[in-house]
Write a protein that binds this ligand. Structure first.
Ligand code: HMG
Ligand code: MG
Length: 298
């Protein structure tokens, strides 16, 4: 049976914009976050507190946090790779932080400049500090269905990293198909394996849509009992350390799928589509959501 309710984690302002080469003003980023919360999105990844040399576009994240209009019941979250990032996120007023690991050693090195086990050690003080500060911590794993450098990644390896993140206190583990090569069959198998280590209601799906499989993979995940998905408004994005990886699955498309299944999300699709149309115009690029395009061109 399918879940009756799904929580969408909107990652557009972070995953969607982090790879954007053109400068995007803090005001435009704030307007995007505010439009998302007004549409009813309850979890919004506002930015990341990483090295500006590695990801220049996220350098203004503290200013974005300072400028947004906080809606009651909305969690405004941020990525934090180390204590320096955690301290900055906490000062900026993040409601929740996320640590990010990988299931492949090569990707871990390229993305955060350390091995998987070093990254997990680096996260320990974050877990402690977050507990003291009363902030929930989410854990990401990249390359769960393939790595741009190593190719195949075994579900057992993903399960091992997921188990560690969960054991150290991450309330949820988001499984990232960074390069979007996964298929529905792979996805079901992966969740079946990982759920032996981490309960299904503690897992989230994070699908990039490079191969056009993300919606199918979300449906496969729903069938496996997963009820939290990360998505990006207008399908924005890509990872700077995964060449050729396209954006996350578009939030509008996921919403259309879910509402069609009678699953509630609390999000207003026309309002979300309008927000997607607006940010696409700001970035001067075609709207990456099929549903968004269809609704806006009606
Ligand atoms: P490093 O160079 O090994 O760090 O980078 P370091 O500790 O040696 O410090 C070097 C310099 O960076 C120092 O500055 C630090 O102050 C500075 P200097 O003294 O040379 O002037 N620094 C920082 N500055 C600001 N904020 C910080 C910070 N930490 C150090 N937090 C590091 C290691 C992790 C910092 C770096 O590799 C990094 O920032 N990586 C982030 C990469 C990233 O953001 N990738 C995209 C997000 S992950 C993703 O997209 C995948 C996901 O969507 C899931 C999926 O799709 O798979 C989540
Ligand atoms: Mg991603």
């Amino acid at each position: 049976t399918l879940p009756r309710q799904v929580r969408l984690v909107e990652v557009g302002p972070r995953d969607g914009l982090q790879n954007e080469q053109q400068p995007i003003s803090v005001a435009d980023k704030i307007a995007l976050v505010d439009a998302l919360s007004a549409a009813g999105v309850s979890s919004i990844e506002v930015g990341s507190f990483v090295s500006p040399r590695w990801v220049p576009q996220m350098a203004g994240s503290a200013e974005v946090f300072a400028g947004i209009e906080r809606h009651a019941g909305v969690r405004y979250t941020a990525l934090t790779p180390n204590m320096q990032g955690f301290d900055a996120a906490a000062s900026a007023g993040a409601d929740e932080v996320a640590v990010f690991a990988a299931a492949s050693e090569a990707f871990s090195q390229r993305n955060i400049n350390c091995s998987i086990s070093e990254s997990l050690k680096r996260f320990e003080p974050i877990m402690t500090a977050a507990k003291t500060a009363g902030l929930p911590v989410r854990g990401y794993i990249s390359c769960v269905l393939g790595c741009p450098y190593e190719g195949t990644v075994s579900p057992a390896q993903v399960a091992a990293v997921a188990a560690e993140l969960h054991a150290m206190g991450c309330y949820e583990v988001s499984l990232g198909d960074t390069i979007g090569t996964g298929t529905a069959g792979d996805t079901r198998h992966l969740i079946e394996q990982v759920s032996r280590q981490v309960p299904r209601d503690r897992l989230a799906g994070h699908f990039h849509d490079t191969y056009g499989q993300a919606i199918a993979n979300i449906y496969a995940s729903l069938l496996e009992g997963v009820s939290v998905f990360d998505s990006s408004i207008a399908g924005l994005g890509g990872c700077p350390y995964a060449k050729g990886a396209s954006g996350n699955v578009a939030s509008e498309d996921v919403l259309y799928l879910l509402h069609g299944l009678g699953i509630s999300t609390g999000i207003d699709l026309p309002a979300l589509a309008a927000a997607g149309g607006h940010i696409s115009e700001v970035l001067q690029r075609p709207n990456g959501s099929r549903v968004g395009r269809a609704l806006l061109n009606k």
